[in-house]
Write a protein that binds this ligand. Sequence first.
Ligand SMILES: Nc1ncnc2c1ncn2[C@@H]1O[C@H](COP(=O)(O)OP(=O)(O)O)[C@@H](O)[C@H]1O
Ligand SMILES: [Mg+2]
Length: 268
Amino acid sequence: MKIYSTRRRPHRPARIVLEELGKRYPGAPGYAMDGISLDIAAGEFVCVVGASGCGKSTLLRILAGFETASRGAVAVGDEPIAGPGPDRGVVFQDYGLFPWLTVAENVAYGPKQAGMTRDDIREITDRCLDTVGLGRVRDSFPHQLSGGMQQRVAIARVLANRPAVLLMDEPFGALDALTRTGMQAELARIHRDSGVTVVFVTHSVEEAVYLSDRVVVMAGGAAHGSAGHVREVIGIDLPREREVTAPEFNAYKRRIDALIHEGERSAA
Ligand SMILES: Nc1ncnc2c1ncn2[C@@H]1O[C@H](COP(=O)(O)OP(=O)(O)O)[C@@H](O)[C@H]1O
Ligand SMILES: [Mg+2]
């Protein structure tokens, strides 16, 4: 088992390279997604958008190591993906916390598994809870917290493993609008401070434009009679602390919305 040598080991954000990635589920008539080629820089924030069924979650699960690709290649930090690993932190819509553990115990879980010392575990847990502003509920159980707070615990829990990559599949999809906006700002700050590479799937174009360096627009899928694929990749050239009401922000939103709907029309 891998033992982390020191609590000071920094995040080392990883580059992610996908080459002609394709996935065909057993028994399915065709490829769920295919021909996905992307080069994501270390520390980059990439959002993936597109209609339901175009293969966004499939892509993320392959990056997480929960699914294997049927063809093509995918590497994280120059290493081909061989399965799940602590270098990739995964956050889903449904928090996935251990209900029988306190907030602090949930966050300490990964470092404990990694064989860290008690002092190091304590320090990392405190720091990660601090990062998401949850120090004062460290001894609460998940069910005692709101959805937004539970999702912050889930984020702190993956950060405690000091991942090279954060993989998030509609993590804020179950939150109310106000909480969601707050979480987006918090995630933008965490990304800025940690420099971790993020791949983030969302249905919300606004969320994607707010968070991303680049937005990957996917199209296709079984419902459209084709494999899910990348339609276009759009760089968001706006200064950080983005203003969602700015005209430039809206121009990006409209352009990406059009691409998503064009995909639906041309496939119909
Ligand atoms: N475990 C699975 N077995 C068979 N088909 C699947 C499985 N998971 C997803 N699919 C199919 O693959 C396609 C892409 O699904 P998914 O990646 O979940 O898309 P998205 O997240 O963009 O909505 C869909 O047609 C879906 O039905
Ligand atoms: Mg999905």
